[in-house]
Design a protein around this ligand. Structure first.
Ligand SMILES: NC(=O)c1ccc[n+]([C@@H]2O[C@H](COP(=O)([O-])OP(=O)(O)OC[C@H]3O[C@@H](n4cnc5c(N)ncnc54)[C@H](O)[C@@H]3O)[C@@H](O)[C@H]2O)c1
Length: 357
């Protein structure tokens, strides 16, 4: 059996997760790895069977000619990697959330992907957790009656977490597109982070099937006291006319339905558990055009537009229509417009995480 050749760019935390999981799947072989940090590159090579190495992703991709171009660099680096992947003739691009920091860049990379016809996936892999799947199963079964609301809250800041909250709730709502969004944002500390974000952003989304989306992310988002791990304090769910079902990233799931009463179960986010099916679906899609990956780029773009519309609304006020009709720099808008007042936290621990006195 011919294995699909993989190039992984960015050998940090997520690059190593990806590379290890590709090598653990018999359909894939990591043939090249890239990082601008030579020590990191050498350490990674030793763990990955000494594939080709390089610090220039585009040049290495031309030499390796991968079937899969995977990049796990920080969110500021997107367009040059997508371009390098396409130029190398890769059949599938796998990259990390968030899709893009600005709608201007979202539109650029979407054009590149669509014009080239390359397959692309974005790593919203928490969904493979048993607790996430259980909530999706309950929502999809009709046990909640008519679903009218989906919601997501996380204390981690926007560029880390909002993409996850929106993607999984869009999954619960069958990826029906949004028609508008309206948001508010506060606090400037994390605007300078490598995941640049307002310290708190919250807002509403109208979906085309009438479902309401409610999101909040950052220092003002509620504590999830049942979850000790700070980054796991995320709650996503759906409410209907006959019940609700929700998942806590590091705290299992729970539901109340008319026919089933109260139910709950375990589950925590675990990369070792969630990466293998995420990787396997790439093989399935490469093998069969009619078996697209759940985390396909088209799905991710629907969420990315919502996330950017919330930011645009937070900066400019009012409702923002979806789909977005013009690419702008939401990061610059937020930096120009967010008031220079400290964010007000929802519980004490957030002060430490947001560097507040
Ligand atoms: N899906 C998830 O569950 C999840 C979890 C954590 C992080 N992430 C995302 O993964 C991405 C990476 O995060 P991380 O924690 O692995 O970051 P990291 O800082 O650990 O790794 C990034 C690596 O990219 C390298 N790099 C930077 N510029 C480069 C270039 N031009 N060419 C080659 N390599 C370059 C850096 O040297 C570093 O080794 C981020 O977008 C983050 O939001 C996703």
């Amino acid at each position: 059996m011919r294995k699909y050749k993989v190039l992984v760019v960015g050998m940090g935390k997520r690059g190593m997760h990806h590379a290890t999981s590709f090598n653990a799947n018999p359909k894939f072989q990591v043939a090249g790895i890239c990082d601008i940090d030579p020590a990191r590159l050498d350490a990674a090579a030793a763990k990955l069977g000494n594939p080709e190495k390089g610090s220039d992703a585009a040049a290495l991709a031309k030499a390796v000619k991968p079937d899969v171009f995977c990049f796990c660099t920080l969110p500021n680096l997107r367009t040059p990697m997508i371009q390098a992947a396409i130029d190398s003739g890769a059949k599938l691009i796998a990259f990390e959330k968030p899709v893009a920091l600005t709608s201007a860049e979202l539109f650029t990379i979407r054009d590149l992907v669509q014009k080239s016809g390359v397959k692309a996936v974005v790593s919203h892999q928490h969904r493979y957790g048993d607790h996430y799947r259980k909530v999706k199963e309950i929502v999809g079964s009709g046990a909640l009656g008519r679903v009218h609301t989906v919601y997501g809250a996380a204390t981690g800041w926007m560029t880390h977490m909002l993409s996850h909250l929106i993607d999984y709730t869009c999954w619960f709502n069958e990826y029906v597109p949004g028609t508008w969004a309206m948001g508010q944002a506060a606090g400037r500390v994390k605007l300078a982070d490598n995941h640049p974000s307002p310290d708190y952003i919250a807002g509403f989304v109208q979906f085309a099937n009438g479902v309401r989306g409610i999101y909040e992310c950052g220092a003002g988002a509620p504590d999830q006291p049942d979850v000790p791990r700070w980054w796991g304090k995320c709650r996503m769910g759906a409410q209907g006319t006959e019940g609700f079902a929700e998942v806590l990233t590091n705290g299992g799931w729970r539901a109340v339905t008319k026919s089933g009463g109260y139910q709950s179960g375990e589950g925590i986010m675990n990369y070792d558990h969630d990466m293998p099916p995420y990787i396997q679906e790439m093989a399935d899609w490469l093998d069969n055009d009619r078996q697209p990956h759940q985390c396909n780029f088209e799905h991710a773009c629907l969420g990315a537009e919502i996330m950017l519309a919330l930011q645009r609304s937070a900066a400019e006020g009012g409702q923002v229509a979806l789909p977005l009709n013009q690419g702008v720099d939401e990061q610059a808008l937020l930096k120009a417009k967010i008031a220079d007042r400290p964010v007000l936290v929802s519980f004490e621990q957030n002060k430490k995480e947001f560097g507040l006195p």
